[in-house]
Structure formats: structure tokens, C-alpha cells
Design a binder for this molecule. Structure first.
Ligand code: UD1
Length: 429
């Protein structure tokens, strides 16, 4: 497996372009199952998770094109992608594909809504907690689907079609909101989703569904009202910029006490992250193309963070902030409220000299004057990138193992960092 080697201690300077959001792209791709007409997605990031979703959709009968033409033998690569689910050839999402990526469960709602049935493997456990799908299933059951769990699979049936319903989620879930939102677009009558997730990726999906002919009100609020249609049609949609990639590179600038312009960002989506960076002592200014993040010569200090559903501080930025706070003055408390077991980067950061104590869902981070390079490894995407960030700041050499996780969510990470002066390279095995 590839590794990444970093020689730390160089302030980053330059420009970094932000790509389309992985977490928006995945549900948008699944939405192609709702219509027999082409759905064209631009600004699609080139990532392993996107290829995994393309494989799954291909197996359901979706045909892919690039810029309107067939992708051919080259597979599914490319930034403008056209997905056409003219005919659904299989309503089964097999274990072998679903186990690779939890977001595969997003095909469930669209398949039941359009085909009246679906058999989707249960995603199973995951490194950052149990992450059940009970809210997805309860929502579909309220829309009239019969749900049965058998031999590791979710069997969902609605032979007479789904029916609109009033669904109150007991807890905010991004994936469950997306699944039910897609299903409700083809249900008979009105569906109200109360306590819906308000994440920008959910809004991006909703806007694309509207472009496909869906009637959705309340986009960006906690209550979504959907009036079901008999059918949806094709559309063209640009994937929203990745707010987590934006935040991650902002930390890269901050942790190396550098000065970097992030190009193509959606600033409104990073408010909580931006506010926290400013409290820490990082300067952020708007530029013609995006934002400039500057920490050169600044005295950075520890602040407390608590993860929350959007518009609160994102759990997907928690690990990266921990790396930064390991290098700032004073103490900081980080509380994780979304996922249990999302502190797996702590022992690895500790190997690089970070001083972190975990008590239940909170971690106390005491800043140290400098981190030191070490061989490290992580078990999930954002934890892995936090180690890369720590490596950029650390004295000496850091080797990050299991680069596989990074490739799931960051496109050309080492190239983008190297272009700003980082000494970073990929070691092929
Ligand atoms: C999405 C993001 C992920 C992010 C997370 C929270 C994608 C592809 N992934 O994941 O990067 O970290 O939102 O912002 O968009 N839960 C239940 N029952 C359910 C569903 C969820 O109890 O049926 C719990 C989860 O275990 C977790 C919480 O709800 O504790 C939030 O999870 P959810 O918002 O569903 O996360 P995902 O959609 O899986």
C-alpha cells in the first residue's frame, strides 16, 4: 500500500484550488436512479469513493458518459459525468460493494421509490462508531415500505408505490435525510421531514432534485416539504465546493504558520470553521477568487470546540483542528457529539509529541512548542489527513501509512501541498 513521506517545518505559501464536495457528489450520483433521463454532474471530484459509487450504480444498470459521450474502456474517471439510469437492471446492492463505503446505502431510497423494491446490504460497523441505518429504515417504513432484515440485507418492498408521510427524525442524520428526500420525490402525495439535516450537501441534493422536476420547500431549514411527482426528468448540476477540503487546507496554512489562498470556496459554508480559526488567531480575508488564510508570525492560542450538526462545527473537521491545537499556546477542549469513537487519531498524534488526554467524548489538548516526525497510521479519512497536517508542522520526517483512506476523500492531496512548498511525496509500494 502507498505511503506518504513528509519533511515538516516549512510554512506553506501559494494557492490551492478546492474541488467539488465528495459528500454532495455521492447522493447526487444516487439521485440518477430516480429518472430514466440523463443527469449531468459537473465539478465532480476524482476520488476513490466516487469510483466506488459509480461501480455500484453501474451494477444497477446506470450508463456513464463524459461530456455527453461514453467513457469507454477508460472506466468512470472524469469531472463532468453523465449518468443515465434508462433501465434499472438490478435492485440489489451487494455486500461486496456496500461494505467498501457506507454511503452506498443512499441507493436504497431511490430504488424503492422507482422500482417498488430494493435489496441493499447492511453497511455494518465502521471505524468511527456503530453508525446504524435505523433512521433510514424507519423513514422508509413511514413512506409505506415493508422492511425486513434478512441474511445481512435490507429487503424493502413497496409494490404499490410509496405514500407521502409526516416524518419526524428523532436525531439529525445527513444520510437518512438524503435517502428519504430522494424517495419522497416519487412518493404519492406530500411528505414533511421534520428535524431534517441542513448540511450544504443536503441542500445541494435538494436543489438538483428541484432541477429534475421535484417540488421541495424549506431547503436549508430543518423542515423539508416534498410534493411527490409521477416521474422526474434529467438535469445538469454543478457539485458544490467541498467545505471540508477547504477547512483542511486552511488548517494546513495555519499549522505551518503559512499564507495560502484557497480558490473556488463557498465561504458561507465554512462559517463555524472560520470563526474558530479567527479565535485561534488565524487571519482570514476574502480575495477575488476565494479566501486568504494567513498565520505567518501570528501567536496562535487554544480554543474549545464542540462538534454539532450544521451550521455547528463539523465533526469532519475535528481531527484536523486537534492537530492544529496540538501546536498552539495553552489548552483546548474538543468535544465530539456526533460520533462515538472518533478520537482514533489521538494515539498517533501522541506519537508525534502531541499532549492529548481523552475523557469520554472530550479531549484536552495542551499545545507543545513543536511536534516531531514519526511513522503513523490511521483508520479513517479525516484522521489520516490530520496526521498529514501534523507532519507538515513537525520537525523531521513523518511517514503516513494507509494512504488508501486519503485517496477516498482528497484529490491530489500531496500535489496541492507540494505546490505550496511542502516537502511531501508519495512512496509507491
Ligand atoms: C455524513 C457524512 C460524514 C459526516 C456525517 C456527519 C456523507 C457521505 N458522509 O455521514 O462525512 O461525518 O454525515 O456530518 O455525507 N445515525 C443513527 N441512525 C441512522 C443514521 C445515523 O443513529 O440511521 C447516527 C450516526 O451513528 C451518527 C449520527 O446519527 O452518530 C449522524 O450520522 P449521519 O448524519 O447519518 O452521518 P452520515 O450520513 O453517515
Amino acid at each position: 500500500m502507498d505511503r506518504i513521506r513528509i519533511e515538516g517545518g516549512r510554512p506553506l505559501k501559494g494557492q490551492i484550488a478546492i474541488g467539488g464536495a465528495k459528500n454532495a457528489a455521492l447522493p447526487l450520483m444516487a439521485a440518477s436512479l430516480l429518472t430514466d433521463e440523463p443527469l449531468s454532474l459537473s465539478n465532480l471530484p476524482h476520488l476513490v469513493d466516487i469510483a466506488t459509487m459509480a461501480n455500484l450504480l453501474g451494477q444497477h444498470g446506470v450508463i456513464f458518459g463524459m461530456d455527453g459521450s461514453e467513457a469507454g474502456n477508460g472506466g468512470h474517471a472524469g469531472r463532468v459525468f453523465t449518468l443515465t439510469a434508462g433501465e434499472i437492471t438490478s435492485t440489489t446492492a451487494p455486500y461486496d460493494l456496500v461494505r467498501r463505503m457506507r454511503a452506498s446505502v443512499l441507493v436504497l431510497g431511490p430504488l424503492v421509490a422507482r422500482m417498488g423494491q430494493a435489496k441493499v446490504s447492511l453497511p455494518g460497523g465502521c471505524a468511527i462508531g456503530t453508525r446504524p441505518v435505523d433512521l433510514h429504515l424507519a423513514g422508509l417504513a413511514e413512506l409505506g415500505a415493508e422492511i425486513e432484515l434478512k441474511e445481512g440485507y435490507i429487503h424493502a418492498r413497496a409494490p404499490k408505490g410509496l405514500k407521502g408521510a409526516h416524518i419526524v427524525f428523532p436525531k439529525v442524520s445527513v444520510g437518512a435525510t438524503e435517502n428519504i428526500l430522494m424517495a419522497a420525490c416519487l412518493a404519492d402525495g406530500e411528505t414533511v421531514i421534520v428535524n431534517a439535516a441542513r448540511e450544504p450537501e443536503v441542500c445541494d441534493l435538494a436543489r438538483c432534485l428541484v432541477a429534475m422536476g421535484a417540488e421541495i420547500e424549506g431547503i436549508g431549514t430543518g423542515t423539508l416539504t416534498v410534493v411527490g411527482e409521477k416521474r422526474l426528468h434529467g438535469a445538469t448540476h454543478a457539485v458544490v465546493p467541498d467545505r471540508i477540503e477547504t477547512g483542511t487546507f486552511a488548517i494546513a496554512a495555519a499549522i505551518t504558520r503559512g499564507d495560502v489562498e484557497l480558490v473556488g470556496v463557498e465561504r458561507a459554508h465554512i462559517e463555524a470553521v472560520e470563526k474558530t480559526l479567527i479565535e485561534i488567531g488565524v487571519e482570514i480575508a476574502e480575495t477575488a477568487k476565494g479566501i486568504r488564510v494567513k498565520a505567518e508570525g501570528n501567536d496562535l492560542v487554544g480554543v474549545d470546540i464542540m462538534t454539532e450538526p450544521y451550521p455547528g462545527f463539523p465533526t469532519d473537521m475535528q481531527a484536523q483542528f486537534m492537530a492544529l491545537l496540538a501546536t498552539t499556546k495553552g489548552a483546548a477542549m474538543i468535544t465530539e457529539t456526533i460520533f462515538e469513537n472518533r478520537f482514533m487519531h489521538v494515539p498517533e498524534l501522541a506519537r508525534m509529541g502531541a499532549r492529548v488526554n481523552v475523557h469520554g467524548a472530550s479531549a484536552i489538548v495542551r499545545g507543545v512548542p513543536h511536534l516531531s516526525g514519526a511513522p503513523v497510521m490511521a483508520t479513517d479519512l479525516r484522521a489520516s489527513v490530520s496526521l498529514v497536517l501534523a507532519g507538515l508542522a513537525a520537525r523531521g520526517e513523518t511517514i503516513v501509512n494507509r494512504v488508501y483512506h486519503l485517496d477516498r476523500g482528497y484529490e491530489r492531496l500531496e500535489e496541492k501541498l507540494a505546490a505550496c512548498g511542502a516537502r511531501i511525496e508519495r512512496l509507491k509500494d
